[in-house]
Design a protein around this ligand. Structure first.
Ligand SMILES: [Zn+2]
Length: 75
């Protein structure tokens, strides 16, 4: 069974309609070294993390949601 993603505009939709945008990471100190780490060195945590998802085959909006990386539960 495919992962279902809750879109606030379209309701629960299969993850195959979405493009995963990666982890949402805060910009702490805007310098070249922290920019490199933020873009190319994901934290890859085991547990809940905030992520960006793009509803490519739906409303074509970006969503921010929390996904538990150990269970794929979305909140
Ligand atoms: Zn949508």
């Amino acid at each position: 069974m495919a992962l279902k993603v809750p879109c606030p505009n379209c309701g629960w939709r299969p993850s195959t309609e979405f493009a995963w945008g990666g982890e949402l990471r805060a910009i702490d100190a805007p310098d070249a070294e922290s920019d490199f780490a933020r873009v190319f060195l994901p934290a890859n945590v085991a547990g809940p993390q905030e992520e960006r998802w793009f509803h490519l085959l739906g409303c074509r909006r970006w969503l921010t949601m929390t996904r538990d990386t150990t269970t794929n539960e979305l909140g």
